[in-house]
Ligand binder design. Structure first.
Ligand code: AHR
Length: 654
């Protein structure tokens, strides 16, 4: 307390400005809850082609022929009458992780044979960029074998090419890099095989050379940039229901996602056939984006890693299969080993793997989720075993626990009560509800137990009814409701320690779930209005909550206004967030009670649109985006003129 008092004095804070009951009074001199610096984060799940076909920049779909239908995504190219042919061979006895490859047999030098890959809804190719092709090949039973590569655009015109000579060696990796001379959103790759005899091919891959941090085989730079711009406090991965799998056999197992990419065993993506109306039969998980890459991504964007692990339960909306309690040890061991992978010394088994993959320094894992949207006593039974083992070996690791898929009702109440009685660390609440619900719930956490577990608003999004068109669901109505609701999260930062909008990414032609924070196609990406709301929170974080009051009460809907305020003790700033969710403009005087002197001018960030159905799009990616306005204080008052449907962030030096 003494420290705060000294700080306030140093900032020249004092009491007693006269104000009108209708004014917004920010009590700068009454710092309250500490705001976690990592409070606002992001939720990543491989849904909507977020990983393969999205963030993971691989352009070839089904590069190692491991999809259920081995030739899915591929087409044979051959001349009429040609006797050249191919065969998918399975060698699971010697390589169970990557069992299949393709064997091409050409009898006559004139019978060129090709394989065409369609990419993920086509391949996004940019003019002037360099592309890295690689392949594993065994040409030992061929003569003069070579590959001729062609990138073709939508009209079949060649926009890039390269050649590769294959020597007679057994399995070997070959690579070549070549430029593209045109842009195409839906290019295809032709791999022509020339020579005679038999050629075996596997892991046929094409990446843009330009990736995030220019890492070979890396992530799509524009998508990571959007994340980096958010400056998220944490990144939750890999989901979501993907953690659970529809059945246990297809649960997410982190150990199968690390090491050489060739050895990461592909499985189906649970969103492949989850929704009949959005069936995505070509949705699998290659795990090119695996747990090492997730940790690296977290580090790159300055976010704390928050892995969520399977707790021995498959999705309860699907099979609801659980592992027998007597057989849960391997699941718990996975959790313990993950901590070693992230934090262990390089002499430890899993720490060594991390080092071998290029990261000897620890990833500083501090928290981990046990299960995703689980419910019932079967969860409690399994969670207890996880908690006991993890806390025993790693007492400082904070555990995130499920309170089910809904924010209320029997499932929620049971786990909420039970986990509180077990003194759980962090409860993970999920809500996909209407914008109206979000507004009504702005005071949700005002009455939560201050001494109970912390809350992680782990998945939330306002689902509008203004449109049925998926890509238009991220409209201003939903974003503004979230902005208003989030003032309630910030006000209750002593209880709500973390929050993340969900889901994060959606491919415009490959989505299963909407709304989503960021939409992309093969060439472009944009942040939705919801993205900009998140950004205004992540980029304007205080260190302590201060009261923001109207008529001496918190501002959580009165007069259609929602507000929160904080001070940042490091930058010596006061930060005020206010949403006006009404259709009329409002003028409010803000009194910074305790602030001796106001700046001459205050730069205010405004996010507003008079069209609640307004959206951003590929053509108008910044239709709704933050704008700067200046407010000139008058004496000790800040007169804020708010537009209809608007959200303001005021930031001023103290
Ligand atoms: O975010 C999409 C899905 O919603 C998540 O996978 C799941 O946890 C929730 O039901």
């Amino acid at each position: 307390m003494k420290k705060i008092a000294t700080f306030l004095m140093a900032c020249g804070l004092m009491h007693a400005h006269y104000s009108n009951a209708q004014d917004i009074v920010v009590q700068v001199h009454k710092p309250q809850a500490v705001i976690q610096p990592n409070m606002w984060g992001v939720f990543f799940e491989d849904i909507n082609l977020a990983a393969d076909g999205g963030l993971y920049a691989e352009l070839v779909k089904n590069r190692s022929f491991e999809f259920n239908a081995p030739m899915m995504g591929w087409k044979e190219l051959k001349k009429e009458g040609s006797s050249a042919a191919s065969l998918v061979v399975n060698r699971s006895a010697v390589d169970d992780n990557n069992p299949r490859f393709i064997r091409v047999k050409i009898n006559d030098e004139k019978d060129a044979y090709g394989l065409q890959n369609e990419g993920f809804r086509g391949m996004g190719i940019h003019q002037g960029e360099q592309y890295n092709f690689s392949v594993w090949a065994n040409a030992s039973a061929g003569k003069n074998m070579r590959l001729r590569l062609e990138l073709i655009n939508e009209q079949g015109k060649e926009i890039g090419n390269a050649s590769l000579s294959l020597d007679g060696n057994k399995w070997k990796k070959y690579a070549v890099s070549f430029p593209s001379n045109a842009t195409a959103e839906k290019a295809k790759l032709n791999v022509w095989i020339e020579g005679t005899g038999t050629l075996d091919l596997d892991m046929i891959s094409l990446f843009p050379q330009h990736t995030w941090k220019e890492r070979p085989g890396g992530l799509r730079a524009d998508l990571v940039q959007l994340l980096a711009d958010l400056k998220p406090g944490f990144i939750r991965f890999p989901g979501g229901c993907i953690v659970e799998g529809k059945e246990l056999v297809n649960r997410y197992q982190w150990k199968k996602t690390v090491g050489n990419v060739e050895d990461r065993k592909l499985i189906i993506n649970r969103w492949n056939n989850e929704f009949a109306h959005r069936s995505t039969p070509d949705y699998f998980q290659s795990f090119g984006l695996g747990f090492f890459e997730y940790f690296q991504l977290a580090e790159d964007i300055g976010a704390r890693p928050l892995p969520i692990l399977n707790c021995g339960m498959a999705c309860q909306f699907n099979s609801a299969e659980v592992v027998a309690v007597e057989e849960i040890d391997p699941y718990i061991q996975d959790a313990l080993d993950l901590i070693e992978f992230a934090n262990g010394g390089t002499e430890s088994k899993w720490g060594k793997l991390r080092a071998d993959m290029g990261h000897p320094a620890p990833f500083n894992l501090q928290m981990m989720g046990v299960g995703n949207e689980q419910w019932g006593s079967q969860y409690v039974e399994r969670y207890k075993l996880f908690a006991k083992a993890i806390k025993q070996k790693y007492p400082s690791i904070q555990l995130v626990n499920s309170v089910g898929p809904f924010p209320d009702g029997d499932l929620f109440n049971f786990l909420n009560d039970t986990l509180r009685s077990l003194h759980a660390d962090i409860l993970d609440e999920h809500y996909y509800r209407s914008p109206e619900w979000f507004l009504q719930q702005a005071k949700r956490y005002d009455s939560y137990d201050r001494n109970g577990p912390s809350i992680f608003a782990g998945e939330y999004a306002a689902h509008t009814k203004l449109t049925d068109e998926a890509i238009k669901k991220n409209n201003w109505q939903s974003a503004l409701a979230e902005a208003a609701f989030m003032t309630g999260l910030e006000r209750n930062a002593d209880v709500v320690k973390m929050a993340s909008y969900a889901p994060l990414f959606a491919h415009a032609e490959g989505w299963q779930w909407a709304p989503d924070l960021i939409w992309f196609n093969n060439l472009k990406s944009y942040g939705t209005p919801d993205y900009y709301v998140q950004k205004l929170y992540t980029n304007n974080v205080g260190t302590r909550v201060v009261p923001a009051l109207m008529n001496n009460a918190v501002i959580g809907g009165a007069d259609s206004l929602y507000a929160s305020a904080s001070i940042n003790e490091n930058s010596h700033e006061l930060i005020i967030k206010i949403a006006n969710v009404s259709a009329v403009k409002k003028t409010k005087n803000i009194v910074a009670d305790g602030l001796k002197k106001l700046p001459k001018e205050i730069s205010v960030t405004m996010l507003a649109s008079d069209n609640v159905a307004g959206v951003n799009s590929f053509d108008q990616p910044e239709n709704i985006k933050p704008a700067q306005v200046t407010v000139v204080p008058s004496k000790n008052l800040i007169p804020l003129k708010m537009k209809p449907y608007s959200f303001y962030v005021l930031r001023m030096k103290m």
